[in-house]
Design a protein around this ligand. Structure first.
Ligand code: BTN
Length: 283
């Protein structure tokens, strides 16, 4: 596939018509070539064995979703590496907003659910997942940031009712349904346009970090997070459940939850910092 816009942004762009997992393919590339450059990007629209966070699978219909992995070589010493997935979530949120506005789809709210699910508010007022991020660190400290985003899938093609796609958001607004997009709108959602929009945002945030504008980058992440000030239920990796209000991010980008008074005993802290968890937003 021709990727003229993305090619100007990535140091090296590798397109696969189909691949098992772009994160695994990128890792193999780095193992084969230790000199694989910073900001190399490996992408497909047909990922057959995508991986999600916490060992889950990431299912995307063939040809209807973009999956890509970005190799980040340079450590960002100004900010803990745990911020990288959050920065990627922000970049995706911003890229999605830009692509929707380029397609003439107005005023769709898009936000990041901590740590890095990108959600869009659909016509019925519910937030549905449009993209996910899986960041993995290599032994030498490089990071592979993997991003999956539903582009032209219809609701019938997505694995769950809790997911949405760019085309569904556009279709709902034009009341034509996702399957009947105009050719201009469909072009806005082609892999090159979507990839270029997200890479532009990601590299802009990373450039800001490299320029030592740490507070600005942290501020961008915090602005994009819809989890803060929300009542949440966090399911920790060991199964423990913490309920309360998400009040802030820690220095490492963890989520600080203030437990409701009744929800903690004298022995338990009123505030809990979670570094990894599945989060549910409670109404
Ligand atoms: C999640 O929401 O659980 C994260 C999903 C991440 C999916 C992307 S698609 C590109 C990259 N390759 C993978 O195998 N997974 C990530």
């Amino acid at each position: 596939m021709k990727m003229p816009h993305s090619e100007t942004l990535a140091t090296e762009l590798i397109w696969h018509d189909a691949v098992a997992s772009t994160n695994d393919a990128m890792r193999a590339l780095v193992e084969a070539n230790p000199e694989q450059p910073n900001r190399s990007v490996l992408a497909t629209d047909t990922q057959t064995a995508g991986r999600g966070r916490n060992g889950r699978v990431w299912v995307s219909p063939a040809g209807k979703a973009l999956a890509f992995s970005v190799l980040l070589r340079r450590r960002q010493p100004m900010l803990a590496p745990t911020w990288l997935p959050l920065i990627a979530g922000s970049a995706v949120r911003r890229g999605v907003e830009r692509v929707l506005s380029d397609a003439g789809v107005a005023q769709v709210s898009v936000g990041v659910k901590w740590p890095n699910d990108v959600l869009a508010k659909t016509g019925d007022g519910a937030w549905r997942k449009i993209a996910g991020v899986l960041s993995e660190m290599l032994p030498d400290g490089s990071v592979i940031v993997g991003i999956g985003i539903n582009t032209t899938a219809t609701s019938a093609e997505l694995p769950t009712d809790e997911a949405t796609s760019l085309a569904m958001l556009a279709g709902a607004q034009h009341e034509t349904g996702a399957a009947a997009l105009g050719s201009e709108t469909a072009a806005s959602f082609d892999p090159d346009a979507v990839l270029a929009a997200i890479l532009t945002e990601l590299f802009a945030l990373l450039d800001e970090l490299a320029d030592r504008h740490v507070d600005e980058v942290r501020g961008a992440v915090i602005t994009d997070l819809i989890t803060l000030s929300t009542r949440v239920r966090a399911i920790l990796p060991g199964g423990e459940v913490v309920e309360g209000t998400a009040v802030r991010l820690s220095d490492e980008g963890g989520l600080v939850i203030a437990r409701a008074d009744a929800a903690h005993s004298a022995a338990e802290a009123a505030e809990v910092m979670v570094a990894a968890a599945d989060i549910e937003h409670l109404r």
